[in-house]
Design a protein around this ligand. Structure first.
Ligand SMILES: CC(C)(COP(=O)(O)OP(=O)(O)OC[C@H]1O[C@@H](n2cnc3c(N)ncnc32)[C@H](O)[C@@H]1OP(=O)(O)O)[C@@H](O)C(=O)NCCC(=O)NCCS
Length: 171
């Protein structure tokens, strides 16, 4: 396959996170470029720390984690979680396999997760996310999925964060 070829939606599936998936997260969560785009954390995580965090995700009923499969192989991670302080649900995604960046997988996976969320939670009307303003690829992906810009949170010691929101489609 040509690098850069767009991925057809039929090749992309979401599956609930399992313990057997945890080791696939170790390189991605320590990748300098992914860290720069997604987190304030400046230090690497040990395997044990990655496993402990994912165990927390798996056992926390407010967190709904999926792996993103392309042709059955893990290509990334998407999570929908209830933020207790905000009392609203937020979504987070990372495609771990950089060969897939910019080829439509993020948009397909985000749309699938949004569909899942609005079906599972019929009383919820909106889904939010926070994205660093420097992360223009992610912002473009979210806009394609129907998220709108809400506000920018200025930060002193880390990149500014854009809050985006998608509302339930009616009719
Ligand atoms: C952000 C992410 C999930 C998006 O998934 P993706 O599969 O790369 O995104 P898509 O290909 O579906 O959409 C990206 C869009 O941005 C465009 N794009 C690519 N690079 C870009 C850039 N540097 N700036 C602006 N737009 C860019 C693509 O062309 C595409 O738009 P198009 O379909 O109109 O051509 C993925 O790139 C990723 O995991 N990045 C690292 C982790 C991350 O940033 N996560 C987000 C945390 S908030």
């Amino acid at each position: 396959m040509e690098k850069g070829e767009r991925v057809k939606p039929s090749r992309v599936r979401l599956r609930k996170l399992r313990r057997a998936d945890f080791s696939a997260f170790i390189p991605a969560w320590n990748d300098p470029e992914i860290m720069r785009l997604t987190t304030e954390r400046q230090f690497q995580l040990t395997s044990q720390e990655v496993f402990a965090k994912l165990e927390e995700h798996l056992t926390n009923p407010k967190m709904h984690d999926f792996v993103i499969l392309v042709d059955g192989e893990i290509a990334g991670h998407i999570v929908v979680q209830l933020k207790p302080h905000h009392r609203r649900y937020e979504i987070y995604i990372a495609i771990h396999d950089k060969d897939f960046w910019g080829r439509g997988v993020g948009t397909i996976a985000t749309l699938k997760a949004c569909d899942w969320f609005f079906r599972m939670f019929p009383d919820e009307f909106e889904l939010e996310l926070g994205v660093f303003t420097l992360n223009t690829r992610a912002i473009r992906c979210y806009e394609k999925c129907g998220f709108k810009r809400v506000r920018v949170m200025k930060r002193s010691f880390c990149p500014d964060e854009l809050i985006m929101r998608k509302v339930r489609e009616t009719g």
